[in-house]
Design a protein around this ligand. Sequence first.
Ligand code: HEC
Length: 145
Amino acid sequence: MRVRLLIAATLALGAGAAMAQVMNHDLPVQKIMAAETNPGALAFWAGGNDPPEDESKAEANARWDEAVKGAQLLQTSGEALKAHSRGVAWNAFSDLMIATGKEGEAAAKARDAEKAFEVGGRVYDSCNGCHKTYIPPPPRQPPTP
Ligand code: HEC
């Protein structure tokens, strides 16, 4: 069962909620995430996850086409992130996203669900690694006035 990435996708979306607590947003980065990286990742992960029940051949083809585009978005948005670099680790996580995006594009073009699932786990490592390194945890208690 390839359901692990559904959980990963949920966690990634959850980043949006945690993000609401960040006081000073990095607007260009936030925009790249919301418009390219996150939808790209979700579309790519849908390639590696178990297909929806009763999916027709045409629907499966459309899902894989979106997965290919999603993997391409991981690569282009990874390059865009590097234009907003905050240091060595930032670039390394961006490069991991670009490299796994490339591998993912090949897997999605080959309609290889097992491979897409495996690559998808490493895509998630790039998201999670960068978020853990660069997004401050929400405050434990509200600041006193
Ligand atoms: C190189 C660093 C980096 C990588 C890689 C990265 N992110 Fe982010 N992400 C950030 C930062 C920084 C923010 C917070 C931006 C802000 O609001 O200031 C963020 C915010 C987000 C948000 C919240 C956007 C919003 O609307 O507030 C989502 C969702 C998200 N990332 C998803 C992902 C996913 C999915 C991946 C992997 C496929 C990923 N990110 C990879 C740095 C990264």
